[in-house]
Ligand binder design. Structure first.
Ligand code: MV4
Length: 492
């Protein structure tokens, strides 16, 4: 493998190229017109413009990307996350073009891409699952009967859904029919597939996922868990590894379950098995057949470079370690720095990074795709950076995260840095007593303190930038901070 094309943008494109470079592999970037000056384009050995800004005219054009590979004699494609990463059809076309897809087989992507087929695949592997149905519900009366047996509240989920899309909580039988209709319609319009199924609703779970690696010789290992319970609108904001609530025994059990899920679909490459955890019990939810955003926390606690392992597996190599060789050392926390205003219901913010200065020092890792002076395009995910810290223990990882947030300087765009600080200082997080409802239960936008602008050094730099650009029409202060009065009520 001499040359890899990264079919992605931003921080993850750079992240992948870094490992390729360390392995002596050349890199090719693709980019849209919005990303002409992007860092991933500068980082790559070669870069090819593939289309206008909207993803469906650029980063989602599988055929065009495969054409670029042929022209530049690319050996393999790394899809990153999002975009084409979990598109079985694309993985298949790549293979047919004699290019290596750095990821699982089209079969594994397809099986795990549908919740019901995933459940069917793991059926004989003794994986704990939430009580529920294992086939699509079409008859309302039958569905009602089943729900009664399971016991309300129940959850209607779209089989083709994921990340919380197409889910409906039903708390009593009287609401069932209406909610089922809505769920089917939603699933049909969002996924072109109206299949829905029913599960007992676990009211206050923690979201714990297991990282696995599987080679093409039948070896599968797990790299322990990540706890990802701190999220808003089904988007994770803070992740940590290990989870503070798992006993060594449960960790081992969940690890084995995750390995079995991987085995059930003949998985190869890096993948993540998602579980709900509630009161000492865990339940399989779904498998993500890609490298995940939050993989750095696993890299910190295991010392394993997940992208290198992906590449080695794709080259057909055997895993160079056994389960017993892998150990958890220390603790790691990741904060996703989104261009969003936590004081304003996490509303996406746009604009220019007038001042952008990364934190540094021991135990700090920043994965980003931006530099000072750049605009955050409106076309893609608003994540600017991932800030990850490492410590010998959880307390040190938290202290480092607070210190790193304070060192981080971003002026021009509102970000989730201040939210991160709030979480690191909250009693609930510090005592590790939190679940997926953290934001609803504990977050108070009034308690966010931003010190940024009032700081002398920042103010001086800011003044000089404003002088240069003569662009001080900061109309942000005129935005009213309006909170949705329903924001505490909606539990999902
Ligand atoms: C659930 C659940 C409670 N009970 N299933 C949300 C995303 C999708 N992966 C599955 N999700 C959930 N499934 C049952 N039977 C609660 C959630 C859930 C959730 C899961 C993980 C992380 C954050 C979440 C936030 C709200 C709900």
């Amino acid at each position: 493998m001499k040359k890899i094309l990264v079919a992605n943008r931003g921080e993850i494109a750079i992240r992948v190229m870094r490992s390729a470079k360390e392995m002596g592999i050349k890199t090719v970037a693709v980019y849209s017109e919005a990303d002409r000056n992007a860092l991933h384009v500068q980082y790559a050995d070669e870069a090819v413009l593939i289309g206008p800004p909207p993803s469906n005219q650029s980063y989602l054009l599988g055929d065009k990307i495969i054409e670029v590979c042929k022209q530049l004699e690319v050996d393999a494609i790394h899809p990153g996350y999002g975009f084409l990463s979990e598109n079985a059809e694309f993985a298949k076309k790549v293979k047919e073009a004699n290019i290596i897809f750095i990821g699982p087989s089209p079969h594994a992507i397809e099986v795990m891409g549908d919740k019901l087929s995933a459940k069917a695949a793991v059926k004989n592997y003794d994986i704990p699952m939430v009580p529920g149905t294992d086939k699509a519900m079409t008859d309302v009366e039958e569905a009602k009967n089943i729900s009664k047996k399971i016991g309300y509240p129940i959850l209607i989920k779209a089989s083709a859904g994921g990340g919380g899309k197409g889910m409906r909580i039903v708390s009593k039988e009287a609401d069932f029919e209406e909610q089922m209709e809505l769920a089917v319609n939603e699933a049909t319009s969002a996924f072109g597939n109206g299949s829905v199924f029913i599960e007992k609703y676990v009211e206050s779970p923690r979201h714990i996922e297991i990282q696995i690696l599987a080679d093409t010789h039948g070896n599968i290992v797990h790299l322990f868990e990540r706890e990802c319970s701190i999220q808003r609108r089904h988007q994770k904001v803070i992740e940590e590894a290990p989870s503070a609530v798992l006993s060594p025994e449960l960790r081992e059990q969940m690890g084995q379950s995750a390995i079995n899920v991987a085995r059930a679909c003949n998985y190869t490459g890096a993948g993540t098995v998602e579980f709900l955890y509630d009161n000492g019990k865990y339940y399989f939810l779904e498998m993500n057949t890609r490298l995940q955003v939050e993989h750095p926390v696993t890299e910190f606690i295991t010392g394993i470079d997940l992208v290198k392992e992906q590449i080695k597996i794709a080259r057909g190599e055997k895993l160079s370690f056994k389960q017993n060789d892998i150990e958890i050392k220390g603790h790691s926390i990741e904060l996703r720095v989104y261009a969003e205003d936590p004081k304003n219901n996490f509303l996406p913010d746009i604009g220019k990074l007038k001042l952008y200065k990364r934190p540094q020092g021991n135990g700090v890792r920043v994965d980003d795709g931006y530099d000072q002076g750049m605009e955050v395009p409106i076309y893609y995910d608003p994540m600017i950076a991932k800030l990850a810290t490492y410590g010998q223990n959880r307390q040190e990882a938290i202290a480092r995260m607070k210190r790193a947030i304070d060192e981080y300087r971003i002026i021009g765009i509102e970000t989730t840095l201040s939210f991160g600080k709030f979480v690191m200082e909250s009693e609930s997080f510090v005592s590790a007593n939190y679940n997926t409802h953290f934001v609803q239960d504990y977050f108070d936008p009034e308690k966010i303190n931003v010190k940024n602008d009032s700081e002398p050094i920042a103010a001086i730099i800011m003044a000089s930038i404003l002088n240069q650009t003569n662009n001080n029409s900061n109309n942000k202060n005129t935005h009213k901070t309006e909170h949705n009065s329903n924001w505490r009520k909606n539990r999902l």
